[in-house]
Design a protein around this ligand. Sequence first.
Ligand code: PGA
Ligand code: ZN
Length: 439
Amino acid sequence: MTARIARITAFEALDSRGRPTVAARLELTDGTAATAHAPSGASAGSHEAKELRDGGTRRGGLGVLNAVDNVASRIAPALQGMVFDDPSTVDDALAELDGTDDFSNLGANATLAVSLATTLAVAASERTSVARWLQPEGDLLLPMPMVNIVSGGAHAGRSIDIQDVLVVPHGAKSFAEAIEWCADVRDAASAMAVDSGVPGASLVADEGGIGIPFASNADALRFVVEAIERSGHQPGEEVSLAIDVAATQFFADGHYRLDSENRALSASELIDELARWIDDYPVISIEDALAEDEWRDWVTATRLLGSRIQLIGDDHFVTNGDRLARGVAEGSANSILVKVNQNGLVSRSRAVLDTARASGYSTVVSARSGETEQSWLADFAVGWRAGQIKVGSTHRSERGAKWNRLLELEATESTVFASTQQQHGLPVGSLAAAPAPTR
Ligand code: PGA
Ligand code: ZN
């Protein structure tokens, strides 16, 4: 099909934190249309593509009317009438129009909303889903979910220093079973928190996890292991732990400040601490173990821990091809988090994911802490055969929308669930004894 862009409009929408975000609607000449909302992070890496916020006093400075205006007055006139076979042609035009590496001219929230809407509109025009448009033939690979149970850091008033304690239901045989087990653990965790005297009303953080204080970060790990047990599942056998340290958030003056424990650690002390957590708890994945730019310490951590667990670069790589290339060359991390708004374009995010996979890194497609009710992320994770997906908890509908879309694909399409190490890339299962991913 050769599509032609008929009209692009934009407006300011609300995200899951009630903050403004860019919505772009793209209409094709055949009458199909799609609207996409840009997600937004709270613990964003400093090297991400730049979202444009208005500043000033309106909406606490977080308004996006300038980005919306950029879609209307600069992007729409440049793309209107454009003929294209592939959305990457539109992405290339957006990159050229912006002219910067980080989209600081038009705003990455403006370019991403248009980029997303293009893919959604093209799939709709071909009367197929985004997942099937990306992979027209064969079984679709449903990703292993990574589900938030306890939230800390910037998503929960810094009740603990680490940002997420998550569960990975790697013993499940289907996506439906996987998400059911995670919901069981989340329910057990809620009940445990209420039993310990925490008011029920305070149990839903930005990503739907429980955001309550613990005496130490390790206590939060212990709490989630107990929740797994209470839910009737086997820690380490069926369900294991993943951690997003989000270490950049508490790194200052060369030290990692664990305020909840009143301690400040050097990089090597933090790596030792993480190694102890891996010894003591069934931890199989750690994200942003170190601050975003501490390349040498990242390489050390990868050498020491990379054969035992998945080490994910989120703020470290920011879905950026150059940063990933450096990581591959130096031996930093063995996995990448892919967030389309860190990059600013859908096609370039996909290229980064493909390069990571070709370099032996596992790939985790991820939502942001600021999301909307849209579910396209699930289709991209499937269509790109990511292997893993991280969306937040089983609470809050902007999270559920993605899980429900994956459940819908499992119910309606020919699918396989990423249940082996080869498919999801985690150091568990049939190939657990094999060496860590090589670079
Ligand atoms: P963010 O957090 O969307 O607030 O950046 C998500 C993450 O760190 O994985
Ligand atoms: Zn992260």
